[in-house]
Ligand binder design. Structure first.
Ligand SMILES: *Cc1c(COP(=O)(O)O)cnc(C)c1O
Length: 432
């Protein structure tokens, strides 16, 4: 096979192609680990589908109230079995990850209750949900208080402070698995399990919820295997496998999921209503593909981490660290660097490869931001995507990749653009 030639057709020079080839060779053992995790998780999903007798009839679209929607109800049982929970709510009516998290919180907290985050500041969009930043309809407006325990210097848990923070009103503890766009580490399922055990020892009836966004299928176990009462996530990230066009899920204890269903639709109606329209096949097929899609994204993240680390850039997580989510940060140190990187990722996409992203002012950001996304599903971040605020320290965050070869092309193309822009010298490529 004439790899050099086909890569050349796609705008990758021989030097960049060769650097990538050598890197991939070195990463074989890591890639094998990801494949093993994918194999295990694939079998979990397959077993759940077989156990619940998924049939062609499950793909039928329901409309109107959506009573007796076999596909919807069966899919929720499949999710519950994969996450080893009593119940699950998996719906196209849950519009995104933030909505799923807001739902799980507002459904299970009542006026006078306190919400506790023992892992520092939550994901940006949750600040308005909770009312850390004032917002209409926040939990705060409903008389739900919030407390946060800051992380230790190393990014891990301040157990004595957590013990002091758990009080009589503490009803729900929220734990974010992925670092998101912060600098702290993402947590392994094992570490999350230790934290949950600690909290439950202090207060056994406290509800432990995990924001599972970007974490699904990265490990052979999920937070619900180590004591989480609810796990919450978005279907345009890992569990949608790139095929779900919308959606979110909450899986967990039956009474908590029932509260979520009552909150999502209406008291009294709960899970019984909610037409699936035509999305069920993509939900099933995406969930079926999700373990291998997640492995592809992980390969892309580790490939980029090692490639850019060898070129002398700071990367988080570093090339050797074990992975607990699919996000990779690379500090390129200059505006030209992050702009070239994002342009390269965009140029490698299956969709909109011919458009050039430019830095632009965005609501909620205090600097221009450049974003690269050439996705089948708008905003999907299980598909290869990158973004960077154009300001110090000039770090680009990227994630996703539906297949390993497409993730690889995206990363090689980012490097090609950096070489062409004169940010990375050809001589440096020889060091890989
Ligand atoms: C993406 C994400 C969310 C929010 O999901 P949206 O679909 O963007 O609303 C929340 N928490 C974490 C850790 C995330 O990565």
């Amino acid at each position: 096979m004439e790899f050099e030639k086909i890569y050349e057709t796609l705008g990758i020079s021989r030097e960049v192609y060769e650097a990538g080839r050598r890197m991939e060779e070195m990463l074989r053992p890591r890639f094998q680990e990801f494949d093993k995790t994918a194999e295990y998780n694939q079998l979990k999903v397959l077993h759940a589908m077989q156990k619940n007798k998924v049939s062609e009839g499950c793909f039928q679209a329901s409309s109107g109230y959506g009573y007796n929607d076999l596909g919807r109800d069966t899919l929720e049982n499949v999710y519950a079995d994969v996450f080893h929970t009593e119940s699950a709510l998996v719906r196209p009516q849950i519009t995104c990850g933030t909505h799923a998290l807001a739902l799980a919180l507002s459904a299970n907290l009542r006026p006078g209750d306190e919400l506790l985050s023992p892992v520092g500041k939550p994901y940006d969009t949750l600040e308005e949900v909770i009312g850390i930043r004032p917002s209409k309809g926040s939990l705060k407006e409903y008389g739900i208080t919030y407390r946060q325990v800051e992380l230790l210097e190393d990014g891990f848990f301040d157990y004595p402070a957590i013990e002091r923070a758990v009080g009589g009103n503490t009803k729900l503890v929220t734990i974010q698995r992925s670092k998101g766009y912060q600098t702290r580490p993402s947590y392994s399922v094992e570490k999350i399990g230790e934290l949950i055990a600690f909290v439950k020892k202090i207060k056994p009836d406290v509800i432990c919820m995990v924001d599972n966004c970007y974490g699904e299928f990265v490990e052979p176990v999920e937070p619900s295997d180590v004591g989480a009462d609810m796990v919450v996530g978005s279907l345009i990230k890992n569990p949608g496998g790139g095929l779900a066009p919308i959606g979110g899920y909450v899986a967990g204890r039956a009474d908590l999921i029932e509260n979520c269903a009552y909150r999502l639709t209406s008291p009294g109606l709960g899970k019984e209503v909610g037409a699936s329209l035509g999305v069920m096949q993509s939900f099933y097929q995406g969930f079926f593909l999700a373990p291998t899609v997640t492995a592809s994204a992980l390969k892309g993240a580790v490939f980029a981490a090692n490639l850019y680390e060898r070129l002398g850039y700071a990367v988080v997580p570093n090339g050797q660290e074990s992975r607990h989510d699919i996000i990779q940060a690379v500090t390129l140190g200059s505006a030209e660097g992050v702009i070239a990187f994002c342009k390269g990722v965009q140029a490698a996409a299956p969709i909109d490869s011919y458009v050039m992203p430019e830095p632009w002012a965005m609501p909620g950001y205090d600097s221009d931001v450049i974003m690269a996304a050439g996705a089948f599903v708008q905003g999907s971040s299980i598909e290869l995507s990158a973004d960077a605020p154009v300001k110090e320290p000039y770090a680009v965050y990227f994630q996703g990749g539906l297949t390993w070869p497409s993730a690889k092309l995206g990363i090689l193309k980012s490097l090609q653009y950096l070489v062409d822009a004169g940010v990375v010298s050809k001589g440096k490529l020889g060091k890989i």
